[in-house]
Write a protein that binds this ligand. Structure first.
Ligand code: NAD
Length: 485
């Protein structure tokens, strides 16, 4: 079935509250800038106190209203499937829009946001079909109840996917929510609202207030919000956790990373190099789980360096709407500034620039940087310890599996990671020793039925799997509910 394109209001003065696009109280706007052309493509409200308050009130009212509060998990699963159906119908169109909004290559935007997003919705719908939220233990009824009104705050690198990873379990649990997209990607959320409306989601169950950090901070501290789910930087995560602590409000945090790819001496280097654009440099290097610290067994070190140089030279950099493009622009100017600052620092430290290190020739407009590899990098250096969030990787040799594990664990972060070895068991054994929330052997392919999230400074709580549902539920015990004979 073909649909007419979604009419997105590119100069929006509205927030989505209680089932309708309604005028924002705020006169301020956030700008959507096409990072490939540097042109402003649209505007949306920079939501203020009143906008957040109206959205939270709508979510609170919907939480207790019978058309939502009395639904069963199976009925709520139906809404998830309805949203997935609609998103899939608009997949190609939404992919193009997202690429214009954040500069991610068209080869991955629809796959990452729509196809994967729909899969998340369908996964939780499947859980919902068999979900029992009440059980009897002796004389006690143990219930798992929805935590209430959730505040959902996400980053710009996967605007819809990151939101859906929260919305699907939130809805299945029976919560309601206010979503705040990233200030830089305020428009693509219209595809989500279209899907929710198409699915017939009751008014007020999902509300959206666009805006920047201040809008997010208002949502976090609003007393009508019962729980926060956040994806973004560790720095913001700390501020959010502190604000939630003040109110004893639970929060789940998906934060930054600086993960290691451990390339053992028996690794198939061609296999790693074929996966490099996804595992270590995917999404223009703007991925929280990327294995950006390459730790390489010394006997294979020079071979890998040559392979990296040859492989990266062949990967197309340019127009993100071209299906062949592997590296588009960074999502915004401040991100390019930040990445270039790290590149300068790596050079100043005297590390070998294996490839890249500047801006690509012939691309005068757009926030482009060359994919860059620094070799012979000291793991304690700034470029090996801090999250760069751009197409920049470091390479460091090691002399034993033990040293590889020690280097991988010498990080404040622990989100992703990967181990490459032709001996699968050996790869798994090394993976067991890395302190991280997720890790792949000979690749990195998250599964929806497995928990995803970080340890150390990479986060608190998990998404995906039954664990991703748990953060939207709270236990209640009703003692003496079943008097014992
Ligand atoms: P950011 O933390 O600055 O912003 C992310 C979101 O939080 C935006 O919506 C922003 O408006 C909001 N925000 C910022 N400060 C806030 C505050 N004090 N209170 C409430 N809301 C606030 O992140 P960024 O730098 O724009 O995004 C990139 C970061 O996101 C990277 O560190 C990356 O690793 C991380 N990320 C993590 C995951 C994951 O699953 N762990 C996924 C994607 C991105």
């Amino acid at each position: 079935m073909s649909l007419s394109p979604l009419q997105i209001d590119m100069d929006s003065a509205n927030v989505f509250v209680d089932g309708t696009w309604t005028p924002s109280h705020s006169a301020d706007r956030v700008l959507a800038i096409n990072p490939a052309t540097e042109e402003t493509i649209g505007r949306a409200p920079d939501g203020d106190e009143q906008d957040v308050d109206a959205a939270v009130r709508a979510a609170r009212a919907a939480f207790v209203r019978a058309d939502w509060a009395k639904t069963t998990p199976r009925e709520r699963a139906g809404y998830l499937r309805g949203m997935a159906d609609r998103l899939e119908q608009r997949s190609a169109e939404a992919g193009e829009f997202l690429t214009t909004e954040n500069g991610m290559p068209i080869a991955i935007t629809a796959m990452m946001n729509i196809d994967f997003g729909a899969a998340i919705l369908r996964y939780y719908a499947g859980l919902g079909d068999a979900l029992e939220l009440e059980e009897v233990r002796g004389s006690t009824i143990v219930r798992r109840e929805p935590v209430g009104v959730a505040g959902l705050i996400v980053a710009w690198n996967g605007p819809l996917m990151l939101a859906i990873a929260k919305i699907a379990p939130m809805l299945l649990a029976g919560c309601t929510a206010v979503l705040k997209p990233a200030g830089e990607t305020p428009l693509s959320v219209a595809y989500l609202i279209d899907a929710a409306q198409h699915a017939g989601l009751p008014a007020g169950v999902l509300n959206v207030v666009t805006g920047g950090r201040e809008t997010g901070a208002r949502l976090v501290s609003h007393p009508g919000v019962d729980k926060i789910a956040f994806t973004g930087s560790t720095q913001a995560g700390r501020a959010i956790a502190a604000a939630c602590g003040e109110q004893m409000k639970p929060c789940s945090l998906e934060l930054g990373g600086k993960s290691a790819a451990i390339i053992l001496e028996d690794a198939d280097l061609d296999h790693y190099l074929a996966q490099l654009p996804i595992v270590s440099m995917g999404g223009n290097g703007q991925g929280c789980v990327l294995s950006t610290r390459l730790l390489v067994a010394r006997p294979r070190y020079d071979e890998l360096k040559g392979g990296l140089r040859d492989t990266i030279a062949k990967l197309p950099v340019g127009d993100p709407h071209d299906p062949a493009t592997v590296f588009g622009p960074l999502a915004m100017e401040r991100q390019r500034d930040k990445v270039e600052d790290y590149i300068r620092d790596g050079k100043a430290q005297g590390f070998e620039v294996l490839t890249g290190g500047g801006r690509p020739a012939g691309l005068d407009r757009g926030f482009y940087v060359e994919p860059t590899v620094f070799a012979d990098v000291d793991n304690s250096s700034r470029i090996a310890q801090e999250e760069i969030f751009g197409p920049v990787v470091t390479v460091t040799p090691f002399d034993s599996d033990e040293e590889a594990v020690a280097l991988a664990n010498d990080s404040q972060y622990g989100l992703g990671g990967s181990v490459f070895s032709t001996d699968q068991d050996r790869g798994v054994e090394v993976a067991r020793q890395v302190r991280t929330g997720t890790i792949g052997v000979n690749g990195y392919q998250p599964g929806l039925d497995a928990p995803f999230g970080g340890v150390k400074q990479s986060g608190v709580g998990r998404e995906y799997g039954p664990e991703g549902l748990d953060v939207y539920l709270q236990a209640k015990s009703i003692y003496g509910a079943r008097p014992q004979g």
